[in-house]
Design a protein around this ligand. Structure first.
Ligand code: ASP
Length: 434
């Protein structure tokens, strides 16, 4: 009976397998916690940890060669047809527009719900915040400005090989964009050799991705069970309202704004797109990492949503680090919440600074767990809010990270479909996926 159960499970579509794994992970985590052991030999927790780590390592193994080969082939492919500037411009426009839309939804909700104020007074005392807020600035502080400038400085590698070795994605992207572009400037002989080589590397990486993806249900089970076993479902107390604000804003972006863009601009059925992207979205949720999810995102967008390799390999790797709608929104809400919790009312001008720094911070954030949380410090520095405020939002960050990463990945995928459509592709989301 167990065998036939597993047989049926394996014959299910991948996203159902992952979904079931996720649910089983929650149940397993709740039942075992961190302490329970398996025949007194090992804790269940360490088994979950092992399964999740195996999957994550396999994904990470793929990232650098996948990004390198996909950007180089993508840019040289687009560049040789002379439309690099056009597609680059559209991509940039999409990234900035959707991130701004996300931030504005967040800003609106945090102003309406005011999670940092309870019964008319700031929640600082309730949360034990003591920092002096006398240093709050009207303008961007020098230190904050430095941190912002650094985001751009870090994009250019001093040594691309060491960036690759360290898995520092943004500089790798920058180098590969240039490398791909200048391939198109080479004489035919060299151009052909390099194109063939990188295309072949890319094909291998996609095949490896397909292979690793088969293990997604096991990996997702391990990751989720581990998180649930270690954190449980804590009561969020005074953070509940903040948590709800971020979650509601993310939900609006995920369920209203982006699907509307898909319907209006790309003229495709958003439900089909959710279906096509389900394995990547569930993996983003479980790993909290856009970069680690990138291989699956590419596979889903190409194989399930029908976007050409030409557009996918340009828009997605870039989007995984640069386009983070969920993170941008979260940065804005979190900074506003901290200001409210300290009893600091921000003027429209100051809120504008928060919006712009939130956008920059989301561009600079790496696609790894908790990157957004680290970036908050830049915003706080920029407007001179006490850095101690970060400690305040730590407790609920993991779950919010899972949700914002899902939104980040979804926005990248929507951008790819929209740009493909504007490039005249007709094969998008034509097949219903059960
Ligand atoms: N974990 C997010 C991502 O990989 C970044 C963040 O922390 O907001 O997309």
């Amino acid at each position: 009976m167990i065998r036939s159960f597993f047989k049926r499970l394996i014959s299910l579509k991948l996203h159902w397998q992952i979904f079931i794994a996720l649910a089983l992970g929650v149940i397993a985590g709740v039942l075992t916690g961190e302490e329970k052991t398996f025949f007194n030999i090992v804790t269940f927790y360490s088994v979950f940890d092992f399964l999740g780590a195996l999957f994550l390592r396999a994904l990470k193994m793929i990232i650098v060669p996948l990004i390198t080969s996909s950007i180089i082939t993508g840019v040289s492919g687009v560049g040789s047809s002379g439309s690099l500037g056009k597609i680059g411009g559209k991509t940039f426009l999409y990234y900035v527009t959707t991130s701004m839309l996300a931030i504005l939804v967040g800003l609106m909700l945090v102003n309406i719900i005011t999670p940092g104020i309870e019964d008319g007074s700031p929640v600082r005392d309730k949360l034990g915040l003591t920092a002096d807020t006398g240093d709050f600035k009207e303008e961007v502080t020098e230190e904050g400005a430095d941190a912002l400038v650094n985001i751009f400085l870090r994009m250019i590698p001093t040594n691309p090989i060491s960036s690759a070795v360290e898995g520092d994605i943004l500089p790798i992207i920058f180098f590969c964009l240039l490398f791909g572009y200048f391939i198109t400037k080479l004489p035919e002989k060299y151009n052909q050799t390099l194109n063939d080589f990188w295309q072949a590397v890319f094909e291998v990486m996609m095949q490896m991705t397909g292979f690793v993806m088969k293990f997604a249900p096991i990996g997702v089970f391990g990751l989720i069970a581990r998180i649930v076993a270690s954190t449980g479902f804590e009561v969020f107390g005074p953070l509940a309202l903040y948590f709800t604000t971020v979650l509601s804003a993310l939900a609006i972006h995920f369920l209203v704004t982006l699907p509307l863009l898909l319907m209006i601009v790309a003229k495709v059925n958003p439900i089909r797109h959710y279906n096509a992207m389900a394995p990547a979205l569930l993996t983003a949720f479980s790993t909290s990492s856009s970069s680690a999810t990138l291989p699956l995102t590419m596979e889903c967008v190409e194989k399930r949503a029908g976007v050409s390799n030409r557009v996918t390999s340009f828009v997605l790797p870039l989007g995984a680090t640069v386009n983070m709608d969920g993170t941008a929104l979260y940065e804005c809400v979190a900074a506003m919440f901290i200001a409210q919790a300290y009893g600091i009312g921000l003027t429209v001008g100051q809120q504008f600074i928060v919006v712009i720094t939130a956008l920059l911070a989301s561009i600079g954030a790496a696609g790894i767990p908790s990157a957004g949380l680290v970036m908050i410090t830049i915003i706080l520095k920029a407007i001179g809010l006490p850095l101690e405020g970060v400690g305040l939002i730590l407790a609920v960050d993991r779950i919010l990270d899972m949700c914002r990463t899902t939104v980040n990945v979804f926005s990248d995928s929507c951008g790819t479909v929209i740009i493909a459509k504007t490039e005249g592709e007709t094969n998008l989301l034509t097949e219903p996926i059960q």
